[in-house]
Design a protein around this ligand. Structure first.
Ligand SMILES: NC(=O)c1ccc[n+]([C@@H]2O[C@H](COP(=O)([O-])OP(=O)(O)OC[C@H]3O[C@@H](n4cnc5c(N)ncnc54)[C@H](O)[C@@H]3O)[C@@H](O)[C@H]2O)c1
Length: 375
């Protein structure tokens, strides 16, 4: 084994190459990715792409040193570009990511990964065959709050999880190609699967399309995870108030995560209800309500999207699998497909296919030694 300083210098250089990035889609979300890649030290944002001239002009006014093109092919054909970020609407994720992978580029795709599991599978295969990094933008997995909740749960502090309830509600933004479950629930699903580290056994979903025919603007997804463990996700574009709340109920303690709180996002409640182990008469029967102190874990302040973008660059440089790799994106799309099938079947439960790699992707992510570095 070569351990000379020159060898170390060369391998360090190789593992921290300054990567060149191009971003497709400069609408609502793309500019956040563009800002982050432009600010990260170990990358160069070379070009952005949008079909809309007004969006390109706006990006040029903010980043005059960056190229702005109207056709993504120009990015795929640019030999200087190492990595492509896809922030276009969901129906374009697969064609754009596929073309990028075929051109030999690493790819970061926004959530949800694609419009179907078949599309996700093809992207995973193409990336694997070419040894390219494929990552999905499940941003919340890179937030201090979610990492802290996972840490508390894994430490056993709250006991066994009984259920998780999540609400992501606001007025709009109405999407044209996907319903509210495909738009908002990927965030809750990614958080819940990361915390539980397993895939559901059944999925059912109810909902209604009040504004755009055929596109549900209010949905309620229920997920069963083995015996006596479930999660519910309520998503809406028809709420007067913005709500981002998750409750995780354990046998020993409970956590409330409110992402809209500026600082105190997580609160751990030392409350539980126990049944007496045995009793002979109804008079002896009493629930035991336990009320202890609640506490607010300290969180470092870092922008989750910045951590996500840095993690993408690190995974390319080190050749490691991202926490939110293509297989995680695929698992999530499979659940969304099951929710659509259940909606069609008027809320009937859909058995979620237990593939051998189901759940493994989430366990792998939790075990990943290449956890994101805080930046
Ligand atoms: N991670 C998050 O928290 C988060 C938040 C919001 C949106 N998103 C995701 O980001 C993606 C974009 O959402 P958005 O709200 O910004 O959409 P948007 O409609 O506001 O913007 C999309 C932009 O892409 C451009 N575009 C479309 N097709 C193109 C193509 N083939 N080539 C070049 N440009 C093209 C459009 O002109 C538009 O400017 C979606 O996948 C969405 O789910 C993620």
């Amino acid at each position: 084994m070569n351990t000379s300083p020159e060898h170390d210098r060369l391998s360090n250089e190789k593992s921290s190459k300054k990567l060149t990035v191009g971003v497709i889609g400069c609408g609502y979300w793309g500019p956040n990715l563009i800002r982050n890649f432009n600010n990260l030290a170990d990358c160069r944002l070379k070009a952005v792409c949008d079909r809309e001239e007004s969006r390109r002009r706006h990006m040029l006014s903010l980043y005059p040193g960056v190229e702005a093109v109207d056709d993504a092919d120009k990015l795929f054909q640019d030999p200087e570009i190492d990595a492509i970020v896809v922030a276009a609407p969901v129906r374009f994720h697969h064609p754009l990511a596929k073309a990028a992978l075929l051109a030999g580029k690493h790819v970061l795709i926004e959530k949800p990964m694609a419009s179907s599991s078949a599309e996700c599978e093809e992207l995973i295969r193409l990336a694997d065959e070419r040894g390219l990094t494929l990552m999905v933008g499940h941003t919340f997995i890179y937030s201090e709050s979610v990492l802290k909740i996972a840490q508390i749960v894994n430490s056993g502090d709250i006991g066994e999880i009984r259920y998780i309830n999540s609400q992501r509600l606001n007025l709009g933004l109405f999407q044209k190609d996907i319903n509210v479950a495909w738009d908002l629930a990927p965030h809750d699903l990614s958080i819940i699967l990361h915390i539980l580290g397993e895939s559901p056994t059944t999925v059912n979903c109810q909902g209604n399309a009040h504004i755009t025919p055929g596109i549900e603007d209010v949905t309620n997804i229920s997920l069963s995870f083995g015996p006596r463990r479930f999660a519910t996700i309520q998503s809406s574009w028809l709420e007067p108030r913005k709500v981002r709340q998750m409750t995780i109920v354990g046998t020993k303690r409970m956590i409330v995560y409110d992402d809209l709180q500026p600082t105190e996002k997580i609160r751990v409640y030392d409350v539980r209800v126990d049944r007496p182990p045995h009793y002979d008469t109804f008079g002896e029967f009493q629930y035991s309500y336990h009320y202890g102190d609640s506490y607010i874990p300290h969180l470092q302040h870092s922008e989750p999207l910045k951590v996500q973008c840095q993690h993408f660059l690190d995974c390319i440089n080190k050749g490691t699998r991202p926490m939110t790799c293509g297989r995680r994106g695929l698992e999530l799309v499979r659940i969304l497909e099951a929710s659509s099938a259940s909606l069609k079947a008027k809320g009937a439960p859909i058995a979620f296919s237990q593939r051998t790699d189901s759940g493994e992707a989430w366990q792998e992510g939790k075990r990943a030694s290449n956890s994101p570095a805080q930046v």
